[in-house]
Design a protein around this ligand. Structure first.
Ligand SMILES: [Ca+2]
Length: 376
């Protein structure tokens, strides 16, 4: 009997404890019917990117809870934040205003339920409206480089995407890299196209004309002169020699006596031929000539005024390439480059056809080059 009483006491204690647990259940969270599961921001395109094309533009991005009739929808309120206020600002009530070009992130946070926070990319895009090239034709020598990006101006200067792309119409003549650096490879002409990549589809062209100047190593020169000195040239201090027109030094030169004149013991008769011949040692196609007058000498009378160019492959029979080519003589600093028809010869003969008949006794040529350039 005593034992049974104890059992009853234990059972009562257990029941009391159970009743105590039941009271706690009264504080369970309420069950919300049709709860909010998402938030909605108006006017956001499918890709989630808000795009603008001007500053001072505004857009309402005030969020709402979804579903709108959710049982707890009225508890939702939002905070708005811009990751970069130089791009856009956003007010407490969700008014977005663009400030400047660029990209930034809009964050919309339901303060009562931050797990439903959303972020959107905001792009304020200033399209390029024009590309200006300060030069549309560039002349380069083989192996020379030219940075086209330095002569390209993007309009407006604050366009969002400033990356340009470059392409060469003939990459055997010149290539261009992604930064706009043109590298001349061989004689000829190519067109470099500069284009925008921001979707504005603007392109501009620059013509690049490349000249390959021949390596003159091994070339030889003879002249029409056979003076009493035994030389085919007139000595002028350390220079005056035929090969001095091939040495890359503008202060050394070939010196020949003008017909009917005498100088340094050398005389040329009035009707003597008056020319020199360059032997390239092999037939080469060429279409451009570069001539340099003697450096640092003010006597204009020493400079050839006109020449006739002829070509030969046997050194005997010559064909005129171009007659009476006028050479400017006002100074020795002018870069004289003469465009020629393209011909292929081993020997090139230069006949002097016009010179100063009053002043100075000799005609001097400091540098003579041939090359291959664009056909004009
Ligand atoms: Ca020279």
């Amino acid at each position: 009997m005593k034992k049974q009483f104890i059992y009853i006491l234990l059972a009562t204690a257990a029941l009391t404890a159970a009743c105590s647990d039941d009271k706690k259940d009264e504080y369970k969270p309420e069950t919300i019917t049709n709860p909010v599961t998402d938030i909605t921001v108006p006017n956001v395109p499918e890709d989630g990117v808000l795009r603008f094309e001007s500053i001072g533009q505004t857009q309402q991005v005030a969020a709402t809870a979804s579903p709108a009739n959710g049982g707890d929808a009225d508890r939702y309120y939002f905070e708005y934040a811009s990751s970069d206020e130089k791009v856009f600002t956003v007010t407490e009530d969700g008014t977005l205003t663009t400030v400047g070009p660029g990209e930034a992130v809009l964050t919309v946070t339901p303060v009562n339920n931050t797990q439903l926070k959303k972020t959107y990319k905001v792009v304020v895009l200033f399209y390029i409206t024009d590309l200006q090239l300060s030069t549309t034709e560039v002349k380069l020598n083989e192996k020379e480089k030219y940075d086209l990006s330095l002569s390209t101006t993007i309009i407006p200067a604050n366009a969002t995407y400033q990356t340009l792309k470059y392409a060469s119409s003939d990459e055997t003549v010149a290539t261009v890299n992604e930064r706009g650096v043109v590298k001349a490879l061989k004689g000829g002409q190519t067109t470099i196209m500069v284009s925008t990549t921001d979707g504005s589809n603007i392109s501009k062209e620059c013509t690049v004309k490349v000249t390959s100047w021949f390596d003159r190593t091994g070339w030889t020169v003879d002249t029409s002169a056979r003076y009493a000195t035994g030389n085919n040239y007139v000595v002028d201090n350390d220079t005056g020699k035929p090969e001095d027109i091939l040495d890359g030094d503008q202060s050394t030169f070939l010196s020949l006596i003008k017909p009917g004149r005498t100088y340094a013991g050398c005389t040329a008769a009035k009707d003597d031929p008056f020319y020199f011949v360059v032997d390239m040692k092999e037939s080469k196609a060429f279409n451009v000539l570069r001539w340099k007058h003697r450096y640092n000498n003010s006597s204009e009378g020493l400079r050839a005024k006109a020449i006739t160019l002829s070509g030969s492959n046997d050194g005997t029979n010559y064909t005129v390439i171009q007659e009476n080519i006028t050479l400017p003589t006002a100074n020795y600093t002018d870069l004289i480059e003469i465009q020629l028809p393209t011909t292929t010869y081993r020997y090139v003969k230069v006949d002097y056809t016009k010179w100063d008949t009053v002043n100075n006794n000799t005609v001097q040529c400091a540098e003579f080059e041939l090359g291959n350039g664009p056909k004009e």
